[in-house]
Design a protein around this ligand. Structure first.
Ligand code: ATP
Length: 304
């Protein structure tokens, strides 16, 4: 491993600092998240992966200001997050439940802008731009239930980007769509990110998806959770489903992430170290062990 030469050179936009979460339950306490520390720099697209139950949803709720950490803090643009910040938008997996079925596509995308008191003319422009960006400019008067699952998730993405957030959180947004639609939506996220320059934290179970999308992949340990590794994805910026996924470097990186997830799963139940500082960001080299994952047939793209 070598450290990332750009690490620390730009002020972070979003900082997760020593976040711990202990749930109080009838039987006592569950320490879901032990000590999470990482930063997102402005304009970064970072993917978060970890075994099932590693605390991804818990972390996202804390970052979104929906739940307070037991200790530690989240800081957005220099301000501690204590409630849902204005500058943040979230796209959830369950698009069916996050869109209002009685409102048109346009109405759904416009609603948060109305609530924010944005004037009609500006609202119209923002909605038009967002629908254009997600390829839905032709169906503004349709209702969500008239659209496919993939199109509904595009509406949810349009609603989030129309709002012009500084940070976009995406919680396994494509888990409920078919593989072909998923590939299209992954490319949509990359293109929206490139066009609009928004900072994205993308949570996924899918290792291949994390490597395809991210500039970095943050791997979480099993619960009680710490950051197991923060990996630089040094693939070319222009990505496409066929070329990028065929690159030897893509295969090396996805195998490395896969290996890290296996280590996290094997360590389940053992006390995770209470890391006091952010783990070093690494650029993995090819190793014999990494190749061994393929030789062993460990090709599943599912991190759960
Ligand atoms: N409200 C709650 N009360 C008690 N324990 C909880 C609560 N929510 C989550 N947990 C526990 O915290 C740990 C992390 O859960 P969380 O749902 O955040 O993980 P996850 O990585 O999002 O899981 P998955 O990948 O399966 O969606 C788990 O052990 C879970 O059982």
């Amino acid at each position: 491993m070598q450290s990332n030469p750009t690490e620390g050179s730009v002020q972070p936009l979003l900082s997760v600092r020593g976040v711990q979460k202990i749930y109080k339950v009838d039987a006592g306490e569950i320490e879901a998240v032990r000590n999470l520390t990482f930063d997102l720099r402005p304009g970064e697209l970072v993917c978060l992966v970890g075994p099932s139950g590693s605390g991804k949803t818990t972390l996202l709720k804390i970052i979104a200001g929906l739940m307070a950490p037991t200790s530690g803090e989240v800081v957005l643009a220099g301000k501690k997050v204590t409630e849902p910040p204005k500058d943040m938008a979230v796209v959830f997996q369950e698009y069916g439940r996050s869109l209002f079925p009685w409102m048109t596509v346009r109405g759904n995308v416009e609603l948060p802008l109305k609530n924010a008191g944005i004037a009609k003319a500006e609202r119209n422009q923002l909605v038009d731009d967002a629908l254009e960006a997600v390829g839905l400019a032709h169906v503004p008067t349709s209702y969500p239930w008239q659209l496919s699952g993939g199109m509904q998730q595009r509406v949810a993405i349009a609603r989030a980007v129309a709002y012009q957030p500084k940070v976009l959180l995406m919680d396994e947004p494509f888990a409920a769509v078919d593989a072909q639609t998923r590939a299209d939506l992954e490319d949509l996220v990359r293109s929206v990110w490139e066009k609009l320059g928004v900072t994205i934290l993308f949570v996924t179970h899918d290792i291949d998806e994390s490597v395809y999308l991210g500039e970095r992949v943050v791997v979480l340990s099993s619960s009680p959770t710490v950051v197991q590794e923060d990996i630089v994805i040094d693939l070319p910026e222009k990505r496409d489903q066929l070329t990028t996924r065929s690159l030897p470097r893509f295969v090396e990186l996805r195998n490395h992430v896969y290996e890290q997830i296996q280590i996290a799963k094997q360590n389940k139940g053992q006390a995770a170290p209470a890391a006091s500082a952010a783990p070093r960001t690494t650029v993995p080299h090819v190793s014999a062990a990494t190749h061994g994952v393929l030789a062993d047939g460990g090709g599943s793209g599912d991190g759960s």
